[in-house]
Design a protein around this ligand. Structure first.
Ligand code: NDP
Length: 341
């Protein structure tokens, strides 16, 4: 089928693009400028413009940003919207996180409803951040599922970049479901809610500009955890290849129409990251903390003291096991080495 992808220049978006092309779809991806399009075209020189093309959308937050991108010949069957800022290096939550996340989401839905009547399915990348009730702490008696929403309000989101990001994902996802309820458009909506996404990078990136989630492993390799391993934060992750495939599978069938998909692969900890790097990449030994150092572990040293998760919906869609964390880290470190780590 023919798919419009937003954010094909990003870490996750590049894997969604790769998966779409390998599964035979024809893709138009939005990028901010033609230099970004050229980089992607170079990687996929074997695909002609019928299989891979580009639409320039300089800023997803602007009114009507996608009005032209959604128009295509042949017309689109599905849209996958991954573009949204995931960074804490900001000075203004409203304009740098909330506006692109929320307006970007409503903009694409409005443009599809107005200009792309052929679209049957829309997949939006939300986040586990939209589900995670951080104030509940470790909450060992709770099992997270698609029923969970974080309670962050617009006002609270403005208080810090971290809360701002959680707010941006929750408010954007909510805006999407509200749009569906109110406008009852011709297409169905699925949201994909991944926790920390790690894995090899196939987008145009440098060691300095590594995306937010993978930057943690770059920092390990650079020796930043030598004195102490930081707290893990959220102990849930998914491999980027699984997260991408979940988006594409959701776009290919009706099964996930009207649903959220909590794309959790499993647990991980910062301590495990260090252990895997120590074992698999002895060349970094001098930059790692002592083997006896204790930071980054699960509360009380056991996953039993942490909340549970029900990833049955995502697992059923994948139809196979998730990529294990060991492989994720090994492939990510290889990718970072390629960038000079
Ligand atoms: P990246 O920063 O690598 O990708 C973000 C993408 O969004 C890039 O293509 C970026 O374009 C684009 N983008 C951001 N803001 C704008 C804007 N104002 N106008 C146009 N394009 C914009 O991060 P990820 O790949 O990690 O994130 C992709 C999606 O996955 C996001 O929706 C994020 O919230 C979600 N997510 C990520 C997780 C993770 O751990 N990585 C976890 C859960 C969800 P450009 O490259 O030009 O800046």
């Amino acid at each position: 089928s023919r798919v419009l992808l937003t954010g094909g220049s990003g870490f996750l978006g590049a894997h969604v693009l790769d998966t779409l092309l390998k599964r035979g779809h024809s893709v138009v991806t939005t990028v901010r400028n033609s230099a970004k399009a050229d980089k992607i075209r170079q990687r996929y020189a074997q695909y002609d413009s019928g299989k891979l093309a580009f639409a320039i959308v300089p800023d997803i937050a602007l009114d009507g940003a996608f009005d032209e991108a959604v128009i295509s010949d042949p017309p689109f069957d599905a849209v996958i919207h991954t573009a949204s800022p995931y960074t804490f290096a900001i000075t203004d939550v409203q304009s740098q996180l909330l506006d692109p996340a929320i307006n970007g989401t409503t903009n694409i839905l409005l443009s599809i409803a107005a200009n792309a009547p052929s679209v049957r399915r829309v997949i939006i990348t939300s986040s586990f951040a939209a589900m995670w009730q951080r104030d509940r702490g470790n909450w060992p008696e709770h099992t997270y599922s698609e029923a969970d929403w974080n309670p962050v309000t617009h006002e609270e989101a403005l208080t810090s970049p971290a809360v701002g990001y959680s707010g941006s994902k929750k408010l954007a996802e909510q805006a999407a479901w509200n749009f569906m309820d109110e406008k009852k458009p011709n297409f169905s909506l699925t949201t994909v809610n991944p926790p920390m996404v790690f894995g090899p990078m196939i987008h145009d990136v440098t060691l300095e500009s590594v995306n937010t989630s993978n930057a943690r492993i770059r920092d390990v390799l650079a020796g930043k955890w030598k004195d102490s391993v930081p707290d893990t934060g959220l102990f849930l992750c998914v491999d980027v290849r699984d997260a991408a495939l979940i988006h594409v599978l959701a776009a290919e069938g009706e099964e996930m129409a009207g649903k959220r998909v909590m794309a959790v692969g499993g647990y991980y900890s910062n301590k495990e990251i260090v252990d895997i790097v120590r074992k698999e990449f002895p060349e970094y030994a001098g930059r790692l903390p002592e083997e006896s150092s204790e930071g980054g572990d699960f509360p009380g040293g056991s996953v039993q003291n942490y909340f549970k998760f029900d990833n049955g919906r995502a697992r059923g869609l994948l139809g196979s096991e998730f990529v294990g964390f060991q492989k994720t880290v090994v492939d990510l470190v290889a990718s970072l080495k390629g960038l000079g780590a």
